[in-house]
Design a protein around this ligand. Sequence first.
Ligand code: SF4
Length: 449
Amino acid sequence: MEHLDTLRRMGLFDARVPRYTSYPPATAFTPAQGADFQVSCLQALDPATPVSVYIHIPFCERLCWFCACRTQGTTTLKPVAHYLDVLKDELELLRATLPAGVTMGQMHWGGGTPTILPPDMIRALAQAVKDVIPPAPDFSFSVEIDPTLVDDAKIAALAEMGMTRASIGIQDFASDVQEAIGRKQSYAQTRACVDSLRAAGITSLNADLVYGLPFQTREKLANTIAKVRALDPDRIALFGYAHVPNFSKRQKLIPDASLPGEEDRYHLARQAAAAFTGSGYEAIGIDHFAKPADSLAIAARTGHLRRNFQGYTDDTCPTLIGIGASSISQFAQGYVQNASATAAYIERVAAHQLSGHRGYAMTAADRLRATAINMLMCDFEIDLEVLDQHPDAAQLIPIHDAVARDFAGMVVKVGSRLRITPEGRPLTRIIAQRYDGFAGIAAQYSQAS
Ligand code: SF4
């Protein structure tokens, strides 16, 4: 309890902080860096270095109440088919903009629900991307899978198009928790999905879980964890539920009173982490777990772990091209987000324009802060010697000093490293925020615990 009181004093339960899947966070993007910036970044790409590609599918058959993803509900495939045509048009715009010879090292399909696509659309979309940005030799392809909206034919189509990793949405198996978030999904359905993926040759599986959901208790979470362990995924992502009903209207269906209290949330997260590390998974960053032989665990051990919009990654491609409504591209020069509303995105592409509508041009000072934040989020320490190679490194010295002072006991100086201790790790995002030059801007972030 004493430790929890210390964490509370340091802001664990009160702070609202970015998840730092990018720096600057998307809340700092402005319309000044839109389609023109996007075109100049794309044209400047070096064809010798493969890019990563993200495709956003903003449709779901069900709209889970806890979810704040950019997506819309549909019971027919008509809007999905139309959207697919627009994605193909966007790909043609990219073909006309990219330098010749750019290849794709990784592709990720997220949403929404990519597995809303029937097999013929899966093949058509994957082929359309490959026609414009051909796969590099070690190409990998990951897809977010909804076990309630997938079948053997869809999995076969994804495997045929080169899927190497599947990410399965689970959240929690307790039936009253599922009911309270509008998302029914049985263990049998999930088991069948995992078996079908493995039968199709997909050897790398990730499971997404959420703690802090309505009516979740330690007992129910223990039950969910036992079932997840039986599924034997290679990676597990354990996200804290961010209750922001003012931002996400669906979350208004979840009464505040049904949510675990702040201390319960803390214990749920610790309980899950202990269960997974106790059964052979390695803790990766603030919220992931991976088997020791998994590439994410290897990246973490060798200092190559990175953050991107999907969370932690071992992706080494320096450029991410986001395709589809609301997708964010990451370039050496900065970030560009496509029009967020699907209708606005479709309108832009119909007018034969790339749909970047806001973004951010990185400065040298931003890169320095981004490096420090990435080190903290991935390695729990800042290597000051590496940072010192940056010409503006001295700008951060007052922040290092303040962090060491304000988080005494949770942050220690070890040689040339400023290190977050294991006890201080729940504070990682709060500590990272000290390096955030945009920390003062008004934004609706999730709680730190
Ligand atoms: S959790 Fe998945 S299926 Fe549910 S609304 Fe969000 S994206 Fe759609």
